[in-house]
Design a protein around this ligand. Structure first.
Ligand SMILES: Cc1cc2nc3c(=O)[nH]c(=O)nc-3n(C[C@H](O)[C@H](O)[C@H](O)COP(=O)(O)OP(=O)(O)OC[C@H]3O[C@@H](n4cnc5c(N)ncnc54)[C@H](O)[C@@H]3O)c2cc1C
Length: 485
């Protein structure tokens, strides 16, 4: 690739899910081609995706406003345009006299397809396009080159991917970006408060960095054990910032490495930090999975499971959506999602398992439902995780991982602290009745006015029966289809 800046011509940089200035692979590449004109094109697809969840929209526009302010402090200006991506970008490139348009790669099938169409159209118009991997700490091509030595492209399983990933460099980029300030028009960003007042002014590069440092100073050191305890607040909650790029994964990993150099850390604290590194590698894993294998947003990674019949509806689906299944861990998770735009990772696994296996409902129904509430905006991670949970994706376990929601509650929320936080109707219910909902129903029939319909519902299915029925159906499918896992 020609790296010499064209005499005087600026490079247009299109922001989207990389709303920061530091450690930025896209800006670093753009600045090699000329002074950078920073721009944000609010095209209908981007807006529609961001605005599907009000908290996500508020986060996105809040982070964009904060980026605009940071640019101003550096004497530059974020140029905002509304309109169809291709025509708005071409017009802007023409107006500023850019010869190069740079942008960060996106990973899910829909966004990657849009980017490919944009790229061809810009190239047909004689513009150079620089499409850069910024979101993952390790670009998909870096791990794929390890695999290609073995004759493959990307990785479909996490363990070998991780072995290749840990060998790769993931150093933050410290290039000073040179900005241009052309006299062209810019439009107003939507006010975040139009969508969700709680998230309006919050998100920013500085806030994400402070949150990371506070996390690494304390809670991260308990990550190994406490990350599965939903009431512990021991996970980083960085997923929103990572998905909109207000912090880069490289920076997060570099800060973890720095923390790891503290000679006073205990062995378990060091293991916690290593586990956190592994979580970030999992993010990179799912991004590369989408990059190399995601043919369409709805395609199952495991071809052999594409004919496995799963329902789009179930009598209990409404209860699952509303957090009224009668299983306290699942219901608390769904209510946490509704109230905050985030659900604890462990609870996601249990709630997803319940939908796919206890109710036999297609994973895409769950993915699309949560999409309406989550702050995170990374369909590649949503798809990867939902497919993994449903046993149709990158998980190569022989049988589906069906979680028992009652046992999970007893193991990870044994005092029902998390359940009570999100289910106020359980405030006065004794632990024993929350931790044993079937027994509570029986006891209620004898005396308690607990699950009387006006308060908390009784379990909508018998978990053991439902799980066994699913496994029988699954085993029958595998046998009849002659499918080997
Ligand atoms: C059914 C299901 C659906 C999910 N949907 C999404 C989604 O739509 N968008 C999304 O960003 N994440 C999704 N996840 C992954 C994960 O649960 C979230 O990223 C979660 O918000 C992480 O919380 P945290 O930042 O506190 O994580 P931490 O435990 O502190 O981990 C640190 C970071 O590592 C990454 N990470 C951790 N676990 C995973 C994982 N399983 N997959 C990918 N990256 C991971 C995240 O970027 C996270 O911020 C889903 C998980 C499941 C089981």
């Amino acid at each position: 690739m020609d790296s010499a800046p064209e005499a005087g011509a600026p490079a247009l940089f299109l922001f989207s899910h990389d709303l920061r200035l530091d450690d930025h692979a896209g800006l670093t590449e753009a600045t090699r081609h000329g002074a950078v004109v920073p721009a944000l094109v609010l095209d209908p697809t981007l807006r529609e995706r961001a605005e599907r969840s009000p908290r996500r929209a508020a986060f996105f526009y809040g982070a964009a406003l904060s980026l605009a302010r940071s640019l101003q402090e550096r004497g530059a200006r974020l140029i905002v345009r509304r309109g169809p991506l291709i025509s708005a970008t071409k017009r802007l490139a023409r107006e500023v006299g850019a010869r190069t348009v740079a942008m960060s790669a996106q990973y899910d099938a829909t966004s990657a397809g849009r980017q490919r169409r944009l790229q061809s159209s810009l190239e047909e118009s004689g513009l150079r396009v620089a499409l850069v991997h910024d979101a993952p700490a390790v670009p998909p091509d870096a791990t794929a080159s390890v695999r290609s030595a073995e004759g493959g492209t990307g990785y479909r399983a996490f363990a070998p991917y991780f072995a290749a990933w840990v060998q790769q460099a993931r150093t933050p980029l410290g290039v000073k970006v040179r900005f241009a300030a052309p006299e062209v028009s810019s439009e107003e960003l939507p006010a975040p408060s139009e969508f969700d007042a709680a998230h309006c002014e919050g998100p920013s590069e500085a806030r994400a960095m402070n949150a990371l440092d506070a996390y690494l100073a304390g809670p991260a050191l308990q990550y190994l054990t406490a990350r599965n305890v939903p009431s512990s607040e021991a996970t980083s909650r960085l997923s929103g910032d990572l998905s909109f790029g207000t912090i880069s994964a490289r920076t997060v990993l570099a800060r973890i490495d720095e923390r790891m150099r503290d000679p006073f850390l205990l062995a378990e604290e060091r293991r916690s930090l290593r586990e956190l590194v592994r979580a970030l590698a999992q993010r990179d894993f799912f991004l590369q999975l989408a990059w190399f294998f995601e043919g369409s947003p709805d395609a199952l990674l495991q071809e052999r499971m594409r004919r496995f019949p799963s329902a789009r509806s179930h009598a209990g689906l409404g209860a699952w959506r509303d957090g009224r299944t009668g299983f306290a861990l699942i219901d608390a998770g769904i209510r946490q999602l509704h109230a905050t735009g985030w659900m604890h990772p462990r609870v996601r696994l249990v709630a997803a398992s319940f939908l796919c296996f206890d109710l036999g409902v297609d994973w895409r129904v769950g993915r699309d439902e949560w999409e309406r509430y989550l702050v995170e905006d990374e369909p590649a991670l949503a798809n990867g995780n939902w497919q993994w949970s449903a046993g149709v994706g990158a998980d190569l376990a022989q049988f589906p991982r069906i979680y028992n929601p009652v046992k999970q509650l007893r193991s990870f929320d044994p005092r029902a602290a998390y359940a009570r936080t999100w289910l106020p109707e359980l405030a006065a219910v004794p632990d024993v009745d929350i931790l044993d909902p079937t027994g509570a129903t029986r006891r209620m029939q004898l005396s308690l006015p607990l699950f009387d319909g006006s308060t908390y519902p009784k379990p909508i299915v018998d978990h053991d029966q439902a799980a066994r029925a699913f496994l029988a159906r699954y085993a029958g499918f595998i046998k009849n289809a002659g499918v080997r896992r």
